[in-house]
Design a protein around this ligand. Structure first.
Ligand code: AMP
Length: 167
């Protein structure tokens, strides 16, 4: 089994429900166990135009799928959630990014792992710090932990009963 980390994000069509439904899909993926999921976060959209806030989280899975098989499975889950690929960094019902596939370094036409932009994105790092082991956070992310982050106007913990995604 390979331990993988997947970033989940949505800012269209009931984002929290999109994430819950994506987690259910990950749970029922063949040859895969959903190990853990971070808290859910609200975040301000980074991208073109005026966009609704995002809900973000990071999930840990164990899988025997290859990285390419896993990417295909993630894209199929995105499609099941009416994901369209028209505007780069535009609004999306569901975005699933493969952050880490064990300790592998992969650079192909379709897959880049570790995900090239994850280190610059607090909406990835903060949920990752909720669930990743200290050793990984030390070696890959310079020793961040959940206490590194505080709620800001750009990124905040969502309460279970907060349906608005607003701060
Ligand atoms: P996006 O529109 O941000 O979901 O990007 C999707 C595209 O990024 C697809 O064409 C993937 O083949 C490519 N890609 C490269 N590396 C990754 C990765 N680590 N996780 C998800 N998609 C990736």
């Amino acid at each position: 089994m390979i331990r993988c980390y997947i970033a989940l994000g949505s800012n269209l069509g009931k984002p929290r429900e999109q994430l819950l439904s994506a987690l259910a899909a990950l749970r029922s993926l063949a040859d895969t166990t959903l190990v853990n999921c971070s808290r859910f976060y609200g975040s301000i959209a980074v991208g073109p135009g005026q966009q609704d806030n995002y809900v973000n989280a990071v999930a840990a899975i164990d899988t025997t799928l290859t990285a390419e098989q896993l990417l295909t499975a993630l894209q199929s889950i995105e499609s099941q959630h009416q994901r369209r690929r028209d505007v780069r960094w535009g609004p999306r019902t569901l975005d699933l990014d493969l952050l880490l596939y064990g300790e592998s370094s992969i650079n192909t036409d379709t897959l880049c792992v570790p995900h090239p932009r994850m280190h610059q994105r607090d909406f990835v790092l903060r949920p990752l710090a909720d669930i990743a082991p200290v050793k990984l956070l030390q070696s890959e992310f310079g020793g961040i932990n959940s206490a590194t982050f505080k709620d800001t106007d750009d990124l905040w913990v969502l309460n279970d009963n907060d349906q608005s995604q607003s701060a």
